[in-house]
Design a protein around this ligand. Structure first.
Ligand code: GLN
Length: 257
């Protein structure tokens, strides 16, 4: 205690003599307890959840986390990266929050805690829009299926490769996955239906979804497991407030009809 007092007066004395601008001192004492800026990782590009429009990062995830942070009074900094890198970056202490249309799965729950669900999704099988031979998983024998690393679609594809007899091509982002099918390198892809529907509707992609939905899951906002209870509570409280006050609906409606 005594030591602290001495240290404080020493700092004050140094500040007074070494600093000719009093305002500078006021700023630096505020900076001694800086507000934490939480680092949020999102996918590179995953419209309508995160994408760049007119040079700005926008999307449902982006608007939602900004609104939650505002509601709860914390600061964030959003970083884009390969989706498969988000949880590893959290584990390495480089991110506090993971988003990116991230589905809540039991496997991920081994390393992260999820917020309450904020969006219902699920994986669809997708082929070229002029493809008349593939109508479901049963038609994939001997075909090439492209998936995106680290996704629910990729693990679904992995689990079912023997049963349906297709081979797998892995890429790291959705745009490449779409391209592999439109240019004929792959026969089919697996992507979350809200994302592929949005891409087909807005990007004029020559793709179509076929068959039954392959999985049903929900998106959640993730934090590193057991280490961020306070942050997770703020996220859940903020999300509940936005649902309550209509802002959540406004954000969704801004991107989806
Ligand atoms: N929802 C899927 C998952 O969590 C895909 C996410 C993504 O590609 N950004 O694995």
């Amino acid at each position: 205690m005594k030591k602290n007092v001495v240290l404080l007066s020493l700092v004050a004395a140094l500040g007074l003599t070494a600093c000719d601008k009093p305002e500078t001192q006021a700023t630096s004492s505020a900076a001694a307890t800086p507000d934490k800026v939480y680092k949020v990782g999102v996918d590179n590009t995953y419209p309508p959840f995160e994408f760049t429009k007119d040079g700005q990062l926008v999307g449902i995830d982006v608007d939602l986390i900004n609104a939650i942070a505002k509601d709860q009074g914390f600061k964030i900094n959003i970083e884009q990266m390969d989706f498969s890198g988000i949880i590893p970056a959290m584990q390495a202490g480089m991110l506090d929050v993971g988003m990116g249309g991230m589905s809540i799965t039991d496997k991920r729950k081994e390393t992260v805690d999820f917020s309450e669900p904020y969006f219902a999704a699920g994986v669809s099988l997708v082929v070229a829009n002029d493809n008349k031979n593939i109508a479901s998983l049963d038609d994939l024998s001997g075909k090439k299926v492209v998936v995106k690393n680290g996704t629910v679609g990729a693990s679904f594809a992995d689990k079912n490769t023997e049963e349906y007899g297709y081979s797998i091509i892995q890429v790291s982002d959705s745009a490449s996955m779409f391209q592999e099918v439109t240019n004929g390198t792959a026969d089919a892809l697996m992507e979350d239906y809200p994302v592929i529907s949005y891409a087909i509707a807005t990007g004029g992609l020559k793709l179509q979804t076929v068959g039954e939905r392959l999985t049903g899951d929900n998106y959640g906002i993730s934090v590193l497991k057991d280490k961020n209870d306070e942050l997770l509570k703020m996220i859940n409280d903020g999300l509940a407030n936005l649902k309550e006050n209509g802002e959540y609906d406004k954000i969704i409606d801004a991107y989806l009809d």
